[in-house]
Design a protein around this ligand. Structure first.
Ligand SMILES: [Zn+2]
Length: 175
């Protein structure tokens, strides 16, 4: 199994701006550690980012956030991607919906996704559903994600997506 890291919506608006929470801020250091571990092993890294148009359906629900081209839609400074890493814009919760993520994962032989980012129960969850449908194995790094509504997300991921749950300090044992 080839492992790939999918970093979801670690953007200024989610961590420092309009959608920030205490929990979202707490994911930064664990996410940074996971990112470094994947870089050290030379495993592929995919940043998937909201880059909203004002017509996107979820604007009605969340209001303006991570608008394409804005500061809020930029990846946080602490996780700045390298030239060699993929940056994919999305317009819905799932990183697969309307993007070429599946294609670029398959082209690199990735079969197991490690998911980190925001929010565990919204964009990470919808991405996990789409990953399951496409037959990827799913691992979530629990301290590198934060839930906004459903604090019981972990049980849901295990039971519904067959996900593995690990902690960031165990990452070197599992990649
Ligand atoms: Zn959004």
């Amino acid at each position: 199994m080839t492992k790939g890291l999918v970093v979801i919506d670690m953007l200024n608006d989610f961590v420092h701006g309009t959608l920030k929470t205490q929990e979202s801020l707490s994911t930064v250091i664990p996410a940074r550690n996971v990112l470094e571990a994947f870089r050290k092993k030379g495993l592929p890294i995919f940043f998937t980012n909201d880059a909203h148009y004002k017509e996107d359906p979820e604007m009605k629900i969340w209001g303006s956030h991570a608008m394409k081209g804005s500061w809020g839609a930029q990846i946080i400074e602490e996780l700045k991607p390298l030239e060699s890493e993929f940056v994919i814009e999305k317009h819905a919760y799932s990183a697969f919906y309307g993007t070429n993520l599946d294609q670029i994962l398959r082209a690199r032989g990735v079969t197991e996704l490690f998911l980190i980012g925001l929010d565990a129960d919204i964009c990470v969850r919808h991405t996990a559903a789409d990953a399951l449908y496409r037959n990827y194995a799913i691992t979530v790094v629990e301290d590198a994600v934060a839930a906004r509504i459903d604090k019981n997300w972990k049980d849901y991921f295990i039971r519904v997506y067959g996900a593995n749950i690990v902690k960031s300090d165990e990452i070197n044992k599992v990649i």
